[in-house]
Ligand binder design. Structure first.
Ligand SMILES: *[C@@H]1O[C@H](CO)[C@@H](O)[C@H](O)[C@H]1NC(C)=O
Ligand SMILES: *[C@@H]1O[C@H](CO)[C@@H](O)[C@H](O)[C@H]1NC(C)=O
Ligand SMILES: *[C@@H]1O[C@H](CO)[C@@H](O)[C@H](O)[C@H]1NC(C)=O
Length: 522
């Protein structure tokens, strides 16, 4: 269960440098560049405390430090614009392949058919599908439209075609990977049923697929990879990273009914206010019970959650209070509200709450509503339109995904798959403000809340949240999951191309291209 996985362990200090991979390779002697890079990286690594072993995996890339713009911690102590990053305009999402990236192998010439069973909920499946495309590419395989997990906690029997626009998916990626809807009859007749399956280890590098999976694919012609999520390494060749981004940010588009409902909710929010915050809460009763956390609601709540917890016979007894104190729990709606108010959002701000079932329902949300009376959920904004989707948790999650994606500010109380995927997407789409609570340092502060006046508290919250606001400089090569920090797909605009200057160089055109693709989506 990665849903309650905490970010604290992996947070790196970002005081020193900003490293970013260049979007394009240049035709200069690679050995000279590699040598120089390795030297620079050595220096940088010493500064940042990166281990020497990490050098190797960066050596394929041209990495550059950039002090002037991104030395934010030293030069930018003043208050930030809470609604949008002023540095966002220096970047754009870039996921076009390089000229040396050959077209997809045709179905006839491919090494076989690859079947993928994506696992988990909607957003976990999204990472699986993005990685599956890359794996099919590595193997020169023909990919069968991925199968979605029907047995996860989220219990949803939707198929790919119910959630994603399958024609768009196939055609958008046609140059990269050949995708077909099913295994042709000719192979169906000769293959084992069910097909030969394999489960690859997590985060396998491309070499693993070539050494261990390719021979089997060639021998059997049809191969299924099961439980497919996070099965591909984070750091891979740049063109393959960009393919991940093309899949995740462009090819995976929701079906029209989902897209329309999502956009309708966005429109309803925009009619009420020109800008709004989306808060994603992960507080399902099962999830909460499983994690051993509670919401600070006293003995009754602890008892109830302990009862739910008994469903899993092997789980140990957990002291929920102690667990909270070790900040191993998601922030409560009240704590999220306090953080947002401390950051400077006024009580008249419009807030969209995205969530599945919330433990305790309206009662749990009440403290957030006290701080932000203008709270809306999909159930409140939609009427009849939501009905056809109610049985399908993935469709509901997709609707929330759209509203969260379009919001001006996005905040979560967890570091689950949806939080990560959306954070990555929002960076790609122009570093839209994305706030991740620095739980490790917020928790003690929230516990001492009544021992200080509001202004002191607010000042401390702002200090603690520095580096967790979705600023461009928070992203570094090799930090976290690629899906959360898609560093290969975010490029710097040339100085001449900053907003206000309509220069026509190719990078700016690509930026516009990306925007166009996004607009088409809507
Ligand atoms: C895939 O096809 C390309 C040619 O497009 C070839 O260079 C590469 O070696 C092939 N890889 C595999 C695993 O078949
Ligand atoms: C916001 O707070 C002020 C007082 O601090 C109050 O007068 C006002 O009614 C509140 N606005 C909303 C929307 O609750
Ligand atoms: C706009 O870009 C051009 C080059 O493309 C440059 O010569 C010019 O100075 C830029 N103008 C501004 C206002 O930055």
């Amino acid at each position: 269960m990665a849903l309650f996985q905490h970010q604290n362990g992996s947070v790196v200090s970002n005081k020193h440098v900003f490293i970013r991979s260049r979007s394009q390779r240049r035709p200069i002697s690679t050995s000279v560049i590699c040598g120089l890079m390795l030297f620079c990286l050595g220096v940088i690594s010493l500064l940042t405390g990166h281990m020497a072993s990490e050098l190797e995996r960066y050596s394929q890339r041209i990495v550059r430090r950039r002090r002037s713009l991104f030395n934010l911690d030293e030069s930018h102590k003043g208050p930030i614009d809470i609604w949008k990053s002023e540095y966002a305009k220096y970047f754009y999402g870039c996921s076009q392949s390089s000229a040396k990236f050959p077209d997809a192998i045709s179905e006839q010439e491919s090494n076989g058919y690859l079947l993928i069973a994506a696992s988990g909920g909607l957003n976990q499946q999204r990472t699986g599908i993005s990685d599956a495309i890359v794996v099919a590419r590595i193997l020169n395989a023909t990919l069968i439209v991925p199968e979605l997990d029907h047995n996860s906690y989220w219990k949803d029997d939707s198929d790919f075609v119910n959630i994603f626009d399958v024609d768009w998916f196939i055609s958008y990626l046609a140059k990269d990977v050949t995708i077909v809807r099913r295994v042709p009859d000719k192979f169906m007749r000769s293959m084992e049923k069910p097909p030969y399956t394999m489960r690859v280890p997590r985060k396998s590098p491309p070499e693993y697929y070539l050494d261990q999976v390719l021979p089997i694919l060639k021998r059997r012609h049809v191969l299924q990879l099961t439980k497919f999520d996070y099965r591909l390494a984070n750091n891979i060749d740049e063109d393959l990273q960009k393919l991940r981004c093309r899949t995740n940010f462009h090819a995976l588009r929701f079906t029209k009914p989902i897209q329309e409902l999502g956009q309708e909710l966005v429109m309803k929010m925009r009619e009420k206010a020109t800008r709004f915050i989306a808060v994603h809460l992960r507080l399902e009763p099962d999830m909460l019970a499983f994690s051993g956390c509670y919401l600070g609601g006293g003995d009754k709540e602890r008892y109830k959650l302990r009862e739910i917890r008994k469903r899993w016979e092997t789980l140990p007894e957990i002291d929920a209070v102690a667990k909270r104190r070790q900040d191993k729990c998601p922030l409560t709606p009240h704590e999220i509200g306090l953080m947002l108010r401390a950051l400077g959002f006024q009580n008249d701000t419009y807030v969209y709450v995205a969530s599945g079932e919330i433990y305790g329902g309206e009662e749990t949300l009440a403290p957030l509503r006290d701080l932000f009376p203008n709270i809306y959920t999909k159930e409140m904004l939609a009427n009849e339109e939501l009905k056809p989707f109610l049985r399908y948790s993935s469709c509901l999650a997709a609707v929330d995904y759209i509203v969260c994606d379009e919001s001006d500010v996005f905040v979560t109380n967890n570091n689950g798959n949806m939080a990560k995927i959306l954070a990555g997407r929002r960076r790609y789409m122009g570093h839209k403000r994305t706030i991740r609570p620095n739980a490790k340092r917020l928790s003690p502060l929230l516990m001492e809340r009544d021992q200080m006046d509001w202004d002191t508290f607010a000042k401390k919250v702002r200090a603690v949240q520095r580096g967790f606001m979705g600023e461009p400089d928070e992203m570094r090569v090799g930090r976290g999951e690629f899906h959360e920090y898609p560093y290969s797909c975010i490029c710097e605009k040339p100085a001449s191309d900053i907003v206000g200057n309509e220069s026509g160089d190719h990078q700016s055109q690509q930026f516009k291209e990306n925007l166009r693709v996004k607009e088409e989506k809507q």
